[in-house]
Design a protein around this ligand. Structure first.
Ligand SMILES: Cc1cc2nc3c(=O)[nH]c(=O)nc-3n(C[C@H](O)[C@H](O)[C@H](O)COP(=O)(O)OP(=O)(O)OC[C@H]3O[C@@H](n4cnc5c(N)ncnc54)[C@H](O)[C@@H]3O)c2cc1C
Length: 396
């Protein structure tokens, strides 16, 4: 394993704690034990990290924000973001494996019928792996209409269709599926073992970043679902899915912060040791300015991510802060990864160094989970609503 990829102990002094230090200390120990040793191989072999995820679940890290009645920890979103930040410092692939679990459990917790909640929610603390299937070959950012259809049966629903680009889909034991019904797009809970459910590695399943196994196509052929597997209100699927994305976009920002910090720390370690023109590379003012810019941007994005956590906890301005957090953090991560490579010279571009992975993961997250353009639309929508309701009639 490359030594640059282990969690740097001194990193703890550089980056301010945002949650209880004891929580962080136990978390970092768990990441060091269960994630760090596998980080290289997960990316290189493009495999879902089943064992790391099951281990984190056993320690309660995949059910932090769930209510205690469902086996969760009732925790606030700052602790949840810390899990995503620290896990992604070691492996962003583990970060996105965690996020598809958070998405499914959040949607079910917010919208599902009590009978479905009772069965499914307690499974998360036991390690249930889930995926979030919105996208189709012909519907990416725009999911207002879909080719996957659900029709009513005598005792429930029958689903037919195909979802694409499904993160965690190679290992998921259950899926949240968006499908169109008579009255509009709706949300369903589907188990992998149900007859008619299958997945395969399509031609676009392999991405250059965020590689936690192929982003598979999910096939649904006459899948019979009980009535309560419709999650929430029929026809309100897009609203529900987007509300859920507001929760996951905040922690997606934390994933990008984890990537950015890892790239920064690795470059700092290199620059502190590499000699050129009789001094360390870090002694050059030009290089110091790179670090000053990166540190400022990481601090700013980090503040915004944890502000978005406070918005989630307070149920206020969630869409605005979640979108801002992901927009800024994903951009910062890409910029930091790119500058870190520049600082490390030839070493930065070797396959042996982790920077290629950081750059690939960071860039992919400017698209996955809501592209930067869609996030800007959401922020602008918030602003327009404010301007229209507050400023109309005011003299300029
Ligand atoms: C690594 C990775 C993992 C993914 N995992 C999942 C998953 O688990 N589940 C899932 O359902 N999907 C997943 N996706 C798919 C992802 O959600 C879509 O790629 C994303 O929504 C964008 O859709 P698209 O690629 O079809 O782009 P398009 O919608 O075709 O857009 C193309 C370009 O146009 C821009 N654009 C589109 N609409 C607008 C607009 N209104 N205003 C301005 N610009 C616009 C986009 O931002 C983009 O730059 C994943 C994608 C990636 C890369």
């Amino acid at each position: 394993m490359n030594t640059l990829q282990t969690t740097h102990d001194w990193s703890r002094q550089l980056w301010r704690d945002n949650v209880d230090p004891e929580f962080l200390s136990a978390l970092r120990q768990a990441i060091t034990e269960h994630v760090v040793p596998h980080a290289d191989a997960i990316d290189r072999d493009d495999v879902y990290p089943v064992e790391p995820i099951k281990a984190l679940a056993r320690l309660g890290y995949t059910s932090l924000t769930l209510p205690a009645q469902w086996g969760g920890q009732d925790s606030g979103y700052a602790c949840c973001a810390a899990v995503f930040e620290e896990a992604s410092y070691a492996s962003a692939a583990v970060g996105i494996s965690l996020i598809t679990i958070l998405q499914a459990q959040t949607l079910i917790n917010l919208f599902a019928a009590p009978s479905l909640k009772q069965i499914v929610l307690p499974e998360f603390s036991k390690g249930l792996i889930t995926a979030y299937a919105l996208t189709e070959a012909n519907h990416g950012s725009d999911i207002r209409s879909l080719d996957t259809k659900a029709v009513r049966s005598a005792d429930g629903w029958i689903l037919n269709g195909r979802k694409s680009f499904i993160t965690s889909g190679s290992a998921a034991e259950a899926f949240i599926v968006l499908a169109e019904t008579e009255v509009g797009v709706s949300t369903f809970f589907v188990r992998r073992h149900m007859p008619g459910v299958s997945s395969f590695k399509g031609e676009n399943a392999t991405t250059f970043g965020l590689r936690n196994g192929p982003h598979v196509d999910l096939i649904l052929e006459n899948v019979h679902l009980p009535a309560d597997h419709l999650v929430g209100i029929e026809g309100k699927g897009v609203r529900q899915a987007v509300t859920t994305l507001d929760f996951s976009r905040t922690v997606a920002g934390a994933i990008s912060i984890g990537i950015a910090r890892a790239a920064f720390d690795s470059a700092l370690k290199f620059a502190s040791q590499r000699i050129a023109f009789d001094q360390t590379v870090l002694e050059f003012q030009g290089i110091q300015w790179y670090f000053a810019d990166m540190m400022t941007e990481i601090d700013a994005a980090r503040l915004l991510v944890y502000e978005a956590c406070r918005a989630l906890d307070a149920h206020q301005d969630i869409a605005r802060y979640a979108s801002e957090a992901k927009l800024l953090a994903s951009r910062v991560a890409t910029r930091v990864a790119e500058q870190a490579i520049q600082i490390c010279g030839a070493h930065g571009v070797t396959e042996n160094a982790p920077f290629g992975r950081y750059l690939r993961d960071a860039k992919a997250y400017e698209i996955a989970g809501g592209s930067s353009e869609i996030l800007k639309n959401t922020i602008a929508k918030h602003l327009l609503k404010f301007a229209r309701t507050t400023m109309q009639g005011d003299q300029v």
